[in-house]
Structures are given as structure tokens and as C-alpha cells.
Design a protein around this ligand. Structure first.
Ligand code: GUN
Length: 285
């Protein structure tokens, strides 16, 4: 079997067109959605993400501000900036790019973002709302994964889903979302015994580990839906996912490419969340 491609790039274009239209409508009512992106230090991957986020905002008509702060920025200074953005009525969404430098406590920063501007969905309020099945802002990558599955007409209900990786950004929230769509979900991690055997049960396999090509064909059920959240840069400069694409694409039913799979969906859901934040604030006027 040769897997069908879950084409995140083209699905995200479709969703972005709808977002662009809605942004235009909101602007017609006098509200321009605004996003602030805060980057501390010069992590090369983060710089690329932040640049892509800004470009995407521009393309759909969302106003964006970028705060590029030096590695030496103190926690207090960063809190002051977050506080200012919380109070800035032009800004509806605030994104502090992770990871932050070691001397800054990420949890403290994420908790300082006004939950109604938390377009990443990382504030404990939004995490809790997702947990109880009343999501306000859903983290962009898991949200993008679910949208991609939905757009491709893949049924989730009753399926066995295996999530490899238990991060707060991807593994845990994507497991919750799959469960809310009535999948039977297993979360695996670095201490899981017989990982290959567990993965082989999956009708839907989500790889969010951060290890290049870790998911091999012998870990995948014939015909499975394989979603690769990993983006790893190899020493030769090439980008690969957590899934061995060449092998697994011969066995899976569906597969996401890297790049061009989950990545574009993540950015699109950030635009979606920023639009939603602006809409909600406009309702409150
Ligand atoms: N670093 C890696 N992914 C993300 C994300 O979705 N949001 C933020 N803020 N930082 C990240």
C-alpha cells in the first residue's frame, strides 16, 4: 500500500482563505485582529517560526507586532512586556515563543498572559478548560492535527489512537482532543515498554517525540493514519520528521509529509485563534 498524503499545506491554504475573509469582515466592523509575538534570545529554529508567523499574519490581514529581546532579558523585564501587552487594546493575541532561556521560568510567564489573549492555549485556565471539554483556546499544533484529520474525512470515533510524546504543547492536548472525538487513546513516552508493539495497535499514530526517523515501518499497522509532528534538522541541514517517511509511507494508509504537513497547520490555527480572540473582544464592546 502507498499512503495517501495528508497535505497540510493545501488544507491550511483553504482554511487561511476563510480566515482572511473573516478578518476582512471584522475589519469592516472597525476591529483589526492583532497578534504580538515575543521572542527572547536567538534560537535559530524559533527565529524561523516567528518569521513565518509574522508573514502568515500579513497574508490574512492580521496586524502583528514582534518583540525581539536579547538572551539577557530578565524575567521581570519579560513580565513587564507581557503586562503591557495584556493592557494593549490593539493586541488580541499574545504568543511568547518557547523555549525561553534557562534563567526565565516559562510557567511564570505563561501564567502572566491574560487567558483571553492566550492564543497558544498554554495558560492553566485554558489547559483546564480543554481538560473538561469546554475548550476556549486550543494549542495550535494539536488543533491543526485535528483539523487536518477532519478535512481529510478520516473518522476518529471508536479508533485506537496512540500518541508518542507527552509534552504539554502537543502530546497531552492532542490525546485529550482525540479522546473528545471518541477515540481510545494511549499515550507513550521514553519509559514505555514495548513501544513498537503498542504503536502497532494504532489506527491513528501521532509522533511527537523530537527524535529523527524514530518511527519505523515495523512499528506501524498496515493502513494506519500516521501523523508526524516532529521537525528535526539533521547535520546535513535537511529537515526530517519523527517518522521514517520512506519506509512508513509504503505501509500506512495516510501520512503527513515533513515539511508541508503539520507545520503549516500550526501557524494557520494560530491565525484562527487570533481571529477568535479579536471576535470575542469585539463582542464585549
Ligand atoms: N515552541 C514550539 N512550538 C511552540 C508553540 O506552539 N508556541 C510557542 N509559543 N512556542 C512554541
Amino acid at each position: 500500500m502507498t499512503a495517501k498524503i495528508l497535505d497540510g499545506k493545501s488544507i491550511s491554504e483553504e482554511i487561511k482563505n476563510a480566515i482572511k475573509f473573516e478578518v476582512g469582515r471584522l475589519k469592516g466592523k472597525g476591529v483589526t485582529p492583532g497578534l504580538a509575538v515575543v521572542l527572547v534570545g536567538d534560537n535559530p529554529a524559533s527565529k524561523v517560526y516567528v518569521k513565518n508567523k509574522q508573514k502568515a499574519c500579513e497574508n490574512v490581514g492580521i496586524y502583528s507586532e514582534e518583540y525581539k529581546l536579547p538572551e539577557s532579558t530578565s524575567q521581570e523585564e519579560l513580565l513587564t512586556i507581557v503586562d503591557r501587552l495584556n493592557k494593549n487594546s490593539k493586541i488580541h493575541g499574545i504568543l511568547v515563543q518557547l523555549p525561553l532561556p534557562k534563567h526565565i521560568n516559562s510557567d511564570t510567564i505563561l501564567k502572566a498572559i491574560n487567558p483571553s489573549k492566550d492564543v497558544d492555549g498554554f495558560h492553566p485556565y485554558n489547559v483546564g478548560m480543554l481538560m473538561i471539554g469546554e475548550p476556549v483556546f486550543i494549542p495550535c499544533t494539536p488543533y491543526g492535527v485535528m483539523k487536518m484529520v477532519e478535512h481529510s474525512g478520516i473518522a476518529v470515533e471508536g479508533k485506537t489512537a496512540v500518541v508518542v510524546g507527552r509534552s504539554n504543547i502537543v502530546g497531552k492536548p492532542v490525546a485529550l482532543l482525540l479522546m473528545q472525538k471518541n477515540a481510545t487513546v494511549t499515550i507513550c513516552h521514553s519509559k514505555t515498554k514495548d513501544l513498537a508493539e503498542v504503536c502497532k495497535n494504532a489506527d491513528i499514530l501521532i509522533a511527537a517525540i523530537g527524535k529523527p526517523k524514530m518511527i519505523r515501518a515495523d512499528m506501524v499497522k498496515e493502513g494506519a493514519v500516521v501523523i508526524d509532528v516532529g521537525i528535526n534538522r539533521l547535520s546535513d541541514g535537511s529537515l526530517v520528521g519523527d517518522v521514517d517517511y520512506e519506509e512508513v509511507s509504503k505501509k500506512a494508509g495516510w501520512i503527513t509529509p515533513v515539511p508541508g504537513g503539520v507545520g503549516p497547520m500550526t501557524i494557520t490555527m494560530l491565525l484562527n485563534n487570533t481571529l477568535e480572540a479579536a471576535r470575542k473582544s469585539a463582542e464585549g464592546l
